[in-house]
Design a protein around this ligand. Structure first.
Ligand code: SF4
Length: 629
């Protein structure tokens, strides 16, 4: 049956429809008051507003599920979008990808924690937050204002046993409940204050502190009154820094859409008591439904995503959409809150909407500019490095060892200039000599190339290294009978100069790009987009390898590390431990002391010293920040 023929059999009732491809994949899920007329609009064009040619070209069938009313259809639609992830729907990411703050007031001494899930466990959740950086900033500010404990239960008990609080108490960021330096009611005040602050209830919060302050002064508890005054001032300073956007102190969430073709940004402003307390941006790509459909679908998912994530009394939107009445009824039932959904035309509400619209446009243009910049970088690499394809997908390999021990390798994958972390791999070198970089690289590549059936090759494979490394890659590809574009990137050294100093260009270490079949390395300008992208990928690969090695180092027994040192077998190891008393003795021994151990040569002594010096340096080195891009 064709779609047109199926149309004749559809009921004129409320429900959900699912467009499916020839292979049975769900392409789009929608809801309707009248299934028959809605699906007809899609198939025949109807009023021309919602017809999506790309969808109708691919859809071969439509399934429908009849519901009692549109409200039930809304619920079902959200469930089906979550379940099938249809490509033509706008889909919010899973809850667990967002961060939230959690306070469980059932705990004896509640603490505030960052979590990845809203659970139905009776605790209070605040958020979600899309950026961990902004959440950490908020948390740090919050701890300065309301000194709740930040420790785990285990640490709490530990300090209680010791009878002295941790540094947080000294820093006035915790009241020290572990050592009974506060009482339940004083602590509960902080919990209440934190929750009011997070809900944006600044007026209520300020009133309650002022009341407490007056009571403390009346009871001649002047120290308490002074402490409350300081807190009040700090809170007022924080509130003042939040922009006032409306004279009426109302609670509203404001939703605006910006669009360029299939690229859409939905901006959400959270306004509490007339102040913007948070703004979030949700980017979507390849959107082929109209703005009204985007808004309806987005709102349905936005407030359905978890406990504690409920709508305020007013929801303002930049576009009209169907079924807003059904959505409001659904929220009333689910959250016990009457919500007015409207598109304001004038006044303070309209100004709020304009702010959201401006921010949505800004986010969209920033995103498109970043994409344009990546396109420029990829085009530059394609042209300057004479690649046969534009390298949309790039893999980079790096090998790392610690003074010839604990050899590991990393693979990072980037698509359109962005890391694809699910495709990152870590390799523990099994067969190659740990200090032999080329052999380690060869082992990793052989292992990678054996999996091309499961993991197709990228457009460009890059390695951190020069001609030697490139030769290893080409040999591995030859042996595997594979072809892929390859390049090596390495810091430029003056190989002709005896000092072999790293060359610098404009304060930056100059880099060389090596390509198979080219005698001379390619030099891109250090600040060119192509070079910056390659460096970013190489640095990420390096970071990932080092991170793995650190992890490994912390797990491996140090005594056995000694055995992994080249030239140190069980006999020399026993001699070292016997002569120097312990591993610590070996680690701290001078070169002369090591040389004096029977059976240990000058070379062994140097290798041991070098190893422990490198280990100490690497342990003292600060952790590199993860690539948060
Ligand atoms: S002072 Fe005590 S309760 Fe507060 S964070 Fe430190 S250990 Fe936890």
């Amino acid at each position: 049956m064709t779609l047109e023929e199926q149309l004749e059999h559809l009921p004129a009732e409320p429900g959900v429809y699912l467009f499916k491809s020839a292979r049975g994949a769900v392409l789009y899920v929608g809801k309707a008051q009248n299934l028959k007329s809605r699906v007809r609009q899609y198939v025949n064009g109807g009023d021309g507003r919602i017809r999506i040619p790309a969808l109708i070209e691919r859809a071969v069938s439509v399934d429908v599920l009849v519901t009692g009313n549109v409200k039930e259809a809304l619920l079902l639609e959200n469930e089906l979008i979550k379940q099938h992830r249809p490509p033509f729907n706008v889909r919010l990411r899973d809850d667990k990808q967002y961060l939230a703050l959690r306070i469980d007031t059932k705990e004896a001494w509640p603490r505030i924690t960052m979590v990845r899930r809203f659970r139905k466990d009776g605790a209070n959740y605040f958020g979600p937050y899309t950026s961990s950086i902004s959440l950490k900033k908020s948390l740090s500010k919050l701890r300065g204002l309301f000194p709740l404990r930040s420790c785990t239960d285990g640490t709490f008990k530990d300090y209680a046993r010791r009878g002295r609080p941790c540094i947080e108490y000294e820093m006035k960021r915790c009241l020290g409940p572990c050592c009974e330096l506060t009482d339940q009611s004083a602590y509960a005040e902080q919990v209440t204050g934190t929750m009011l602050f997070l809900r944006g209830k600044s007026r209520e919060l300020v009133d309650s502190i002022e009341r407490e302050m007056a009571a403390a002064a009346a009871d001649e508890r002047f120290e308490d009154a002074a402490r409350l005054r300081d807190r009040l001032q700090a809170i007022e300073r924080t509130i003042e820094s939040q922009q006032i956007v409306t004279e009426q102190g109302l609670d509203r969430d404001v939703f605006a859409i910006a669009r360029e073709g299939g690229e859409v940004d939905v901006q959400v402003l959270h306004v509490r008591e007339g102040r913007v307390i948070g703004a979030r941006d949700f980017p979507f790509s390849n959107v082929r439904i109209d703005d009204g459909e985007v808004m309806g679908s987005f709102l349905g998912q936005f407030y359905g995503s978890g406990e504690g994530h409920s709508p305020p009394r007013e929801v303002l939107t930049s576009v009209d959409f169907e079924d807003d009445g059904a959505l409001a009824m659904l929220w009333l039932e689910r959250f016990g809150q009457a919500v007015s959904i409207r598109r304001p035309q004038r006044g303070g509400s309209r100004r709020l909407l304009e702010i959201a619209e401006r921010n949505a446009s800004l986010s969209l243009s920033t995103r498109l500019a970043a994409r344009e910049s990546v396109e420029t970088a990829l085009r530059e690499l394609e042209e300057r490095c004479r690649l046969s394809v534009r390298p949309h997908r790039i893999e980079c390999y790096d090998v790392s060892n610690l003074q010839g021990t604990l050899a590991v390798a990393s693979r990072v994958s980037f698509e359109a200039g962005q890391p694809v972390k699910k495709d990152y791999r870590r390799y523990r070198i099994r067969d190659a000599e740990p200090g032999d970089d080329y052999a380690c690289m060869r082992e990793v590549l052989d292992r990678r190339f054996r999996r091309v059936d499961k993991e197709p090759l990228p457009d460009l494979l890059m390695v951190d290294g020069g001609r030697g490394h490139l030769g290893v890659v080409m040999a591995a590809l030859d042996d595997a009978g594979l072809e892929v574009e390859v390049l090596g990137i390495s810091k430029q050294r003056d190989e002709d100069s005896p000092s072999r100093r790293v060359k610098r260009s404009g304060g930056l270490k100059a880099e060389r790009i090596y390509r198979p079949g080219r005698v001379n390395p390619i030099q891109l300008a250090p600040s060119s987009r192509g070079m910056l992208l390659l460096q970013r990928i190489r640095d990420e690969s390096h970071r990932f390898a080092i991170e793995f090695q650190r992890e490994l180092r912390s797990k491996v027994n140090m005594t056995s590390i000694l055995e992994e040192l080249p030239g140190i077998g069980p006999h020399k190891r026993s001699a070292l431990l016997k002569a120097l008393g312990s591993l610590r003795g070996v680690r701290n021994a001078s070169l002369d002391e090591l040389r004096a151990v029977p059976g240990v040569s000058n070379r062994d002594a140097e290798s041991i010293r070098r190893f422990f010096d490198a280990l100490a340096a690497s342990q003292a080195a600060p952790e590199l920040p993860p690539d948060d891009a």
